[in-house]
Design a protein around this ligand. Structure first.
Ligand code: PMP
Length: 371
């Protein structure tokens, strides 16, 4: 993606002129393990249910602006009511709306990098200052004391659990303390939470803290566990007054009829996804064991524990290894070498057993060759 031309820099609002476009550096490949999608086939029967729902959806009418049928299904699943949830065009739109509603000029976002780069991107779109409290450079654990010390001076916060790209979970007592310490809203981004425990994320989610901490909002997406990234469907869970703020500033018809229908079919079929999610989690552990075995054999490989559907791995010449994976094996993984704190780190999405076998074998061969 290109930078703005000098002419455009003159024409766009001055605070937007230096913004760098978000670019996931996507190239079509045989095996794509770069974007933390679910690469498993859709569970039997679910695709038919989705197709039937799409076929029955009239296109000549505007969507229900509040996606109420979908909100009711999401609420039933999460044990809340329609008033506790708002949907958006992917988690991304809700992240943007979070910054739009609660950030802004003169306000500061508390951010814990390395984390999802879109937080800082949306903050800059909304003229919000970012206060970075870095994770431990070796373990990538949150510096809880430093976060809590910074929180009183910040207007809003985002914590990711499990974190992208480091895979760790934010402890619930820390989230509760952060909600107490921050004078504004706290978001826990749980895009990957379904992979974090064997109850489809129910044991790991911070949702139970909302009752005592009404400044807490949880972000979810159907892009990961539900394998519906193309549908663009995210949702937040929060106290009704917080949901009212999200509802008030949303783009009215951002969730189209087809997305609403497909998402409803996916969420209704949620039990069918549990075995897929369990298999991704067990493949993740197998992959981590294989990476640790490479290190034990003397290969320069470091990998961190992960509660999500990806693993983060460090090896010298990572950018070159990633290019060779793409060019010689047609396997795409994500290179984070450009990102502060993530020198020589690659993020590999957990795929099907066959995909994982291929990426592990190719990765080991390339690391040996690069030594
Ligand atoms: N949060 C995190 C941590 C993510 O990694 C992603 C997707 N990469 C999202 C939110 C947004 O996902 P989507 O817009 O596809 O719902």
């Amino acid at each position: 993606m290109a930078e703005l031309t000098p002419r455009m820099k003159e024409l766009v609002q001055p605070y937007l002129a230096g913004i760098e476009p978000y670019d996931p550096n996507f190239t079509p490949t045989r095996i794509n393990l770069s974007a933390n999608e679910n690469t498993y086939p859709v569970p039997a029967g679910v695709r038919e249910a989705i197709d039937a729902a799409l076929a029955a959806t009239p296109l000549n009418r505007y969507p229900d602006p509040m996606s109420n049928e979908l909100r009711d299904e999401l609420a039933a699943w999460h044990g809340v009511t329609r008033e506790n949830t708002c949907v958006g065009n992917g988690g991304d739109e809700l992240l943007y709306n979070y910054l739009l509603a609660f950030g802004g000029a003169g306000r500061t976002l508390l951010n814990c990098p390395p984390c999802f780069s879109e937080y800082a991107f949306f903050a800059s779109l909304c003229q919000t200052e970012v206060r970075d409290v870095w994770r431990d450079p070796a373990s990538f654990e949150l510096d809880q004391a430093a976060v809590l010390a910074a929180a009183p001076e910040c207007s809003l916060a985002i914590v990711t659990s499990p974190n992208n790209p480091t895979g760790d979970v934010a402890p619930l007592d820390f989230v509760a303390a952060l909600c107490d310490a921050c004078p504004g809203m706290v978001m826990v981004d749980e895009a990957y939470v379904e992979f974090a425990d064997d109850s489809f994320g129910a044991a790991t989610t911070a949702q139970g803290l909302i009752a005592e901490h009404p400044n807490l909002v949880i972000l979810h997406t159907l892009s990961k566990a539900f394998g519906a990234a193309g549908t663009r469907l995210g949702y937040v869970i929060a106290a009704p007054e917080v949901i009212d703020a999200f509802a008030a500033i949303r783009q009215i018809y951002s969730v189209n009829v087809l997305s609403q229908a497909a998402a409803l079919a996916c969420v209704r079929a949620r039990d069918a996804y549990a075995p897929v999610v369990a298999q991704v989690a067990s493949e993740r552990e197998r992959e981590l064991c294989a990476l640790h075995a490479m290190a034990a054999e003397g290969l320069p490989v470091e990998a961190w524990p992960s509660a999500a559907n990806f693993v983060l791995v460090r090896t010298p010449h990572a950018t070159h290894v990633r290019e060779r994976l793409r060019d010689e094996y047609s396997i795409l993984v994500r290179d984070f070498s450009y990102a502060p704190g993530l020198a020589d780190c690659l993020r590999i999405t957990v795929g099907t057993p066959q995909e994982n076998d291929e990426v592990l074998a190719a990765f080991a061969a390339l690391v040996k060759e690069e030594m």
